[in-house]
Design a binder for this molecule. Sequence first.
Ligand code: GAF
Length: 383
Amino acid sequence: MDLLNRTRSGFERLFGAPAQATFQAPGRVNLIGEHTDYNDGFVLPAAIDYHTVIAGRTRPDRTVRLCALDLDEAWSEFDLDAPISRDLDAPWSDYIRGVCQVLLSEGYRLSGADLVIAGNVPQGAGLSSSASLEIVTAKAMTGLSGEPLDGTRAAIIGQKAENDFVGCQCGIMDQLISARGQQGHAALIDCRSLATRPVAMPADAAIVIVNSNVKRGLVGSEYNTRRLQCEEAAHIMDVQALRDADMERLEHYRGDMDDVTYRRARHVITENARTLAAADALESGDWSRIQRLMAESHASMREDFEITVPPIDGLVAMISETLGSQGGVRMTGGGFGGCVVALVPESRVEGVVGIVRARYAVEYGIEPSVHICHPVDGAFPGA
Ligand code: GAF
């Protein structure tokens, strides 16, 4: 049974009546532009065909009742008229609670609701399962309550919930692409203006995502540390954000910062330039340029931003060996484990999957998971 039907029939079984409506939001893969979003920079993600789904129905009272189908049908419940707090026994519900709290604080009039949640975005893999939960929640709660909402607004609300309620100082990329992705396209997003430019994928392109299945233990604390280091570098260079600095300015201020701060800033400045170049390379189907830019991006994440781990570097090395100049590969997402993304001509998919299956588990003792993905519409297509 597909995900939408499974969620709908789960609702009917658990609540004894059909759902009033079903909503979905996709996960994402970032092709290039890592840790640039919270520096007001550029990113190039695509929404992928893995989703979080909510089947829901309004209630006559002010209660929100939640059931997570995939977590052994775990339940959580809160009242829209009382202060909304985190649920230590059901931390998965915090994303939903956070989004409701932000919606209420911004004046949206929400109805009580019964909601059943299910999804197939790999959890904890750096493919934005949490952002997709935030976006589908914003869509479901406003949709059921008859309140209008557009994709950009939904993304801002999702990010605010994650920053202020859940406590991760993430940027806007994941929420924005989950809301506003476009089928067959990646999106070049300017994370300062939030303007997005759809970037058509080459007709023969395939996206292969390999999950290292390395547990992303440090991600919360290290992520927030990277963000502080970037802010420090911008402060030293007297710019609003690293987006406003170039290599000339960085070299000018090099003596005023320690080596770590210098390298963090160098990653962001060079990654912004690579992201803009990659959007053009993708549009013109220039595989060898895509290969070079993704390789440089990975090296910069490894050496300057220091967010890769040995199994991820190993995956990137073995895939790039087999690809030559026919497509690119790099780590994708926040780092410290998670996934690598290979952007390759369709004809090279088998070779990539073959090398990963033959070597990764033997060399690192962990079974990889492989996902062949296609860019899909976000939760608010055209918005
Ligand atoms: C995570 C964050 F949520 C994004 O905002 C982004 O910073 C990304 O890491 C790194 O590029 O996915």
